[in-house]
Design a protein around this ligand. Structure first.
Ligand SMILES: [Zn+2]
Length: 266
């Protein structure tokens, strides 16, 4: 067995709970990959019904995405807690499984709100930071999970803005210039190769409704196929498993959980 197998990891996440998430789920299953679906109870767009969410939870991890798909950055602490804790409780009651990961609608939050997320019972948050292949970092007691690439044809300048906004210029490598002509799948496959060479984490995320709107299903399948070809060298995990939290373990957090989520250097 390749000694690096347990260190290189591939994960995926899918936001908004649109019924087309089942098409993503079928593709993940076809390519023997896993991931996490962040599902709000209601949204501006159609969402899966209760039995569909329950069905999806039998195979994939389900994470919180607020009750009504609202950006929490403008909410009071009380309002934010209603959305945060409410979505966790709703999902746990619906799926019968622990819900320990959360993703901010529209990626919007204030740094001072991270303790609220922890207070609401989550262990980790997934951000919309792109071009990262690094381990999650522990900030304010929460494991903060960045992403590598979105299944969306962003422009190179969008990547630059994302990197600048997150103060992660170190992640802004020279590759985005090439995507103007070659597309996001080129960047995805390059980042995947880099992640596997350095035994990092490759994290693909997206919205199924947006993949449909943009006509990106073929590209998504091509990237998943390539990800699957690295399964011998890596481990396909849910977002929760990135920080040592198998979705079926609610009461005992494994000892490896902290080691998998590095303290942020000060
Ligand atoms: Zn969303």
């Amino acid at each position: 067995m390749n000694p690096l197998k347990n260190n290189c990891r591939i994960t995926t996440s899918w936001d908004d709970g649109h019924p087309l998430d089942f098409r993503v789920a079928e593709l993940l299953t076809k390519y023997k990959l896993t991931g996490t679906f962040y599902v709000p109870r209601s949204s501006q767009k159609p969402v899966m019904n209760r039995s569909q969410v329950h069905e999806l939870s039998k195979t994939f991890e389900i994470g919180g995405h607020t009750l009504e798909h609202v950006a929490i950055d403008t909410l009071s602490d009380v309002e934010a807690l209603v959305q945060l804790a409410g979505s966790r409780e709703w999902l746990e009651q619906l799926t019968g499984s622990p819900c320990r990961v959360f993703c901010f609608p529209s990626g919007k939050f204030r740094r001072r709100q991270l303790p609220l997320v922890r207070q609401a019972g989550y262990k980790a948050v997934r951000t919309v930071e792109l071009l990262s292949t690094a381990n999650p970092q522990r900030i304010d007691g929460l494991c903060v999970i960045p992403t590598t690439i979105q299944a969306f044809p962003h422009s190179a300048s969008a990547y630059a803005r994302n990197a600048a906004k997150r103060f992660s210029i170190a992640h802004f490598i020279s590759l985005p210039a090439a995507i103007q002509s070659k597309g996001w799948t080129f960047l995805a496959e390059e980042m995947l190769r880099r992640a596997m060479e350095n035994c990092g984490i490759f994290h693909l995320w997206g919205h199924s409704w947006e993949i449909e709107e943009q006509g990106e299903w073929e590209n998504v399948e091509a990237v998943l196929r390539t990800m699957s070809s690295f399964r011998e060298r890596s481990k396909s995990v849910t977002n929760g498993e990135l920080f040592g939290h198998p979705s079926q373990l609610i009461s005992q957090e494994p000892a490896t959980a902290r080691a998998a989520c590095a303290e942020r250097p000060t």
